[in-house]
Design a protein around this ligand. Structure first.
Ligand code: URA
Length: 431
């Protein structure tokens, strides 16, 4: 690559396209250190400006997957499914969907991440459960859990798609994260490495989302579905609302409690509706109402070292926290319940982290009493803030700014905004 790296960089700089072999050589060179960090960073910047077509993005995805271990579930019956969310506020769907799919006969080797910035991470939520292990289980152990329980939720190991770790860190440093082909390859390479056959993507749209507007979220969803299909995964995507938080709870332990309500067949209707839409199975709604899915979740928690009894005990999930109510100053209708503002409140309280090494508090966060469109009387509770003495005034100010009471009901906004499916007869249909 040493002699050809300049030609490779010049090609993208000048708007040309790469063939599969040179993309593979580039990714191998990045992982082996033959391509220097400045060279890799320059290429990322050229891609941000010039783009990659679907064929190039597929080659990049495959090369990034091949840079590490690819999990194999040979000997277990499939289908092997997972979902990826582009990240939202109050998004605890994975905790409900993984056991729901398992109960529906799928196997779910779910690899999840931690929260960074204002969006929460599934692993942080699960770690509110005493004893739950989601970072240090060996592949053989995960395989046993998958065989016996039908699902696990675990963090990414260093061996899955290592090229993505290197390139993602460089993208963060060089402001080249928001490139649709780079995001597509980053997400799909990790999912392909899990050894799944089916992937569902929840692309969030709105103030609390990575893609705030519908057009850019749609472009990302289409790219993910097309490239996923080309790379051999049955892939579909739904675009869902993230202008207001999903459900009522935002904060790690609080979200586990709300997920348990949903697993019991109750909980906020938008949480179960989002889970059912992603499940893509007509039996999902009645199964969720049956309560059987909670038993499956308890088994998964126990298999991963967690104490299932804690799921019924808010004090054990939350630790020591105090609760302060935020009340409406006037009557009317809740016109806005801004996802980003609520996330900023939870973040200030200590529910999130700005650097990977930051510690979080599992019990703090916000529980919404009112959601967009709900009637409100002066003095009604709008939200309850669970705090541990840190940044309470700041959190109250964020919640007040986020929850806007007005005179007119806001225009209706469906939870599922669009569905993006591969065209019939496409490569991934043929599995
Ligand atoms: N999530 C990922 O895994 N990769 C990206 O590039 C963006 C979001």
């Amino acid at each position: 690559m040493t002699s050809s790296i300049h030609a490779f960089l010049e090609r993208k700089r000048d708007g040309g396209r790469h063939d599969d072999a040179e993309i593979e050589a580039f990714v191998r060179g990045v992982v082996a250190g033959r391509v220097t960090r400045p060279q890799a960073a320059a290429w990322l910047a050229f891609v941000l400006v010039r783009g990659l077509d679907d064929v190039e993005t597929t080659a990049l995805t495959r090369a990034m997957t091949a840079s590490g271990l690819r999990l194999s579930w040979e000997g277990l019956s499939g289908p092997f499914v997972d979902k990826h969310s582009t990240g939202g506020v109050g998004d605890k769907v994975s905790l409900v969907l993984a056991p729901l799919w398992a109960e529906l006969g799928r196997r779910v080797p779910m690899v999840s991440g931690r929260g960074l910035g204002h969006t929460g991470g599934t692993l942080d939520k699960l770690e509110a459960i005493p004893g739950f292990r989601c970072t240090d289980l060996e592949p053989a152990h995960l395989r046993r859990i998958l065989g016996e329980t039908g699902c696990f939720i675990h963090g990414q190991t260093a061996r899955l798609a290592p090229a993505d770790r290197i390139l993602y860190a460089l993208r963060n440093e060089t402001c080249t994260v928001p490139s649709i082909p780079l995001v597509t390859a980053s997400i799909l390479s990790k999912k392909l490495a899990e050894g799944i056959s089916d992937l569902v993507l929840d692309v969030k749209v709105g103030s609390g989302a990575f893609m705030p507007d519908l057009a850019s979220a749609r472009a990302l969803a289409v790219s993910l579905v097309r490239v996923g299909r080309e790379a051999g995964l049955r892939t579909r995507a739904i675009l869902t609302d993230m202008d207001q938080p999903l459900g009522r709870a935002v904060g790690n332990g609080l979200e586990v409690l709300e997920a348990v309500e949903a697993l019991r067949g109750g909980g906020p209707p938008d949480l179960s509706a989002c889970t059912i839409a992603l499940a893509g199975d007509e039996r999902a709604a009645s199964l969720l109402r049956s309560g059987l899915v909670l038993e499956r979740f308890r088994r998964m928690v126990a298999a991963q070292g967690g104490d299932p009894e804690a799921l019924d005990d808010p004090r054990r999930l939350l630790g020591a926290v105090d609760v302060v109510e935020v009340r409406a100053e006037r009557s009317g209708v809740l016109e806005r319940c801004d996802a980003l503002g609520i996330a900023q409140a939870a973040f200030a309280l200590g529910a999130g982290r700005s650097r990977a090494a930051d510690r979080i508090h599992r019990g703090v966060g916000v529980v919404l009493d009112r959601k967009r469109g709900d009637p409100v009387a002066a003095g009604d509770v709008l939200a309850r803030i669970h705090h541990a003495g840190r940044a309470l005034d700041e959190a109250i100010a964020h919640v007040r700014a986020a929850c806007v009471v007005g005179d007119a009901p806001p225009p209706p906004r469906p939870l599922v905004l669009e569905v993006v499916e591969p065209p019939p007869g496409s490569a991934s249909d043929a599995h």
